[in-house]
Write a protein that binds this ligand. Structure first.
Ligand SMILES: Nc1ncnc2c1ncn2[C@@H]1O[C@H](COP(=O)(O)OP(=O)(O)O)[C@@H](O)[C@H]1O
Ligand SMILES: O=C(CO)[C@@H](O)[C@H](O)COP(=O)(O)O
Length: 494
């Protein structure tokens, strides 16, 4: 039996094929663009996701000679929060507004003023943040009333792919948690929020747990992909919850750090846990429990920008090698990683990326190191909140494209002051998605059992004591830098 995990990321879609013994049979991916039509806006074309997904599925099957009749289940890991709005003929009404899009500051204020934070927490467990889906719906209502009137289905990015594969309108509770429409604690839609936003509950997808079967691949799609037999499709998860399954982050005490386009510090909880100051997101986990997390809007994407935009013509390896030849602390250069504004810990759409402390002797290697350090300090901000609210931390696992860099993992260990464990796979969300499919198809008795089969700790990056001390001092200056600049960011945005 083979299971496919589809990880619909921001920069690409990855499709991973695994068998029931935990062997990875192959993977394929397709990239697609993000459009930034205005400062602070970020959009994608859902058709690009669908084309990329179909191509990657076909490729993974053909390249690895997978027996088509053996593919039994498909799971998802999806970039969260994005708004996909369909009309009654299932046509996409406007480009998908992404998780990192910051256009909804006013709508967030409206929501918070209407309910007050205490009531909002009671209803949906979270603060109204610009990335979340409900404020995006309000933005469409205010700015494109003619399109709002035509909305009949509201889907999250991975659920649009599910719809194309199966014809079902469904989602899972981990991804739905980021819509600001879910009563997270009770794992059901919040009628009060739905009423306030001005939509009908029937426009929202049906809710499932991540490991539950939501439907089957349609005959038409099976024909197109060359598959035979019954292919079950499970709920899947938001990319962080699915990534947590794919790293075995399912028990209290395990913390996962993601260096993807976004940067995430994720802690698994047995029970519903909400920070009294709402500094972290309180979401449903993909294992039927809960999790909390802090999210940076630009993490490895800062490095991508630095490599592909600021240093066009260079590649990751060249620039990372230069950085590895420099000293921790980048000779006083500090990088603030707010290229798309920030979510955790500042919820500030106006914040901007900044290099501080440059001099005539600053080298490019130091600036690259400063980018890696700045992102790691940003992740430490979330780790500090976890510590502050008393979340136990017994092990930390890093995933995402940025964790391919040994230098970045060392910097992370030094800045966190904790060892960063390495696991036998860097597949994260895609593996989590495939595991969820295997559980849904009845191949594994539980998510824990599947995690034990698939995921092994194979190493650990240990913090270097003298670097930890140095970074502790720089961390204070890093935090002061934002405080000194936040008014300037605001004025510059007006
Ligand atoms: N060799 C590398 N070393 C470090 N980071 C890398 C390397 N190659 C790519 N990356 C980073 O990986 C990121 C993409 O990670 P990924 O986890 O695939 O993101 P997403 O799921 O958000 O699309 C890019 O933003 C890029 O900066
Ligand atoms: O906004 C969040 C989570 O709240 C992001 O994690 C997005 O879900 C997209 O992440 P990438 O995996 O594309 O970096």
């Amino acid at each position: 039996m083979i299971f496919l995990g589809i990880d619909l990321g921001t920069s690409s879609v990855k499709v991973l094929a695994v068998d029931k013994d935990g062997t990875i049979l192959g993977e394929s991916s397709r990239e697609y663009p993000v459009y930034y039509p205005k400062s602070n806006w970020a959009e994608q074309n859902p058709e690009d996701w669908w084309m990329g997904t179909k191509e990657a599925i076909k490729e993974v099957i053909q390249k690895n000679n997978l027996p088509e009749g053996e593919i039994r289940g498909i799971g998802f890991s999806g970039q969260m929060h994005g708004l996909v709005a369909l009309d009654e003929e299932n046509k996409v009404l406007l480009p998908a507004i992404l998780w990192c899009d910051q256009r909804t500051a006013e709508e967030c204020e409206d929501i918070t003023n209407h309910f007050g934070q205490e009531k909002l927490t009671e209803l949906v467990g979270n603060k109204a943040l610009t990335g979340f889906t409900a404020p995006k719906i309000l933005w469409v209502k205010k700015n494109h009333p003619e399109l709002f009137e035509k909305i009949r289905h509201i889907l999250l990015p991975k659920d649009y792919i599910r719809f194309k594969l199966t014809g079902d309108y469904a989602t899972d509770v981990s991804d739905a948690s980021g819509m600001l429409l879910l009563d997270v604690k009770n794992r059901c839609w919040s009628k009060e929020m739905i009423e306030y936003i001005g939509i009908k509950e029937e426009y929202l997808p049906k809710l499932y747990e991540s490991y539950e079967v939501t439907g089957k691949l349609s005959e038409e799609v099976k024909g197109e992909l060359g598959l035979t037999g019954e292919v079950l499709v499970v709920g899947g998860g938001g990319d962080n919850a699915a990534g947590a399954i794919g790293t075995g982050t399912v028990k209290e005490g395990t913390v996962m750090v993601t260096l993807g386009t976004s940067g995430v510090v994720f802690a698994a909880h047995d029970d519903y846990a909400v920070d009294s100051q709402n500094r972290l997101h309180a979401f449903c986990h993909a294992n039927g429990k809960y999790h909390s997390m802090g999210v940076m809007l630009s993490a490895a994407s800062c490095l991508k920008w630095w490599v592909e935009e600021a240093n066009k013509g260079m590649d990751f390896d060249e620039l990372l090698k230069e950085a590895s030849e420099t000293e921790p602390g980048a000779k006083g250069v500090i990088f603030l990683p707010y290229l798309m504004g920030e979510r955790t810990p500042y919820a500030d759409p106006d914040a901007r990326g900044t290099f501080l402390g440059l001099s005539m002797s600053t080298t490019r290697g130091e600036m690259t190191r400063a980018v890696l350090e700045g992102v790691s300090f940003g992740l430490r901000d979330s780790l500090e909140i976890l510590k502050d609210i008393g979340v136990p931390i017994s092990q930390i696992i890093a995933i995402g494209g940025g964790s391919k860099s040994p230098l970045w993992k060392q910097i992370l260990a030094d800045i966190f002051g904790y060892p960063i464990n390495e696991i036998n796979t860097n597949q994260g969300g895609a593996l989590g998605a495939a595991i969820l499919a295997g559980v849904g198809a009845g191949e594994f008795s539980s998510i824990e059992e599947a995690c034990n089969i698939f995921i092994k700790i194979v190493g650990s990056v240990t913090p270097i004591e003298k670097n930890v001390e140095k970074y502790n001092k720089i961390y204070t200056r890093y935090k002061e830098a934002y405080q000194s600049l936040k008014d300037w960011f605001k004025l510059s945005a007006e």
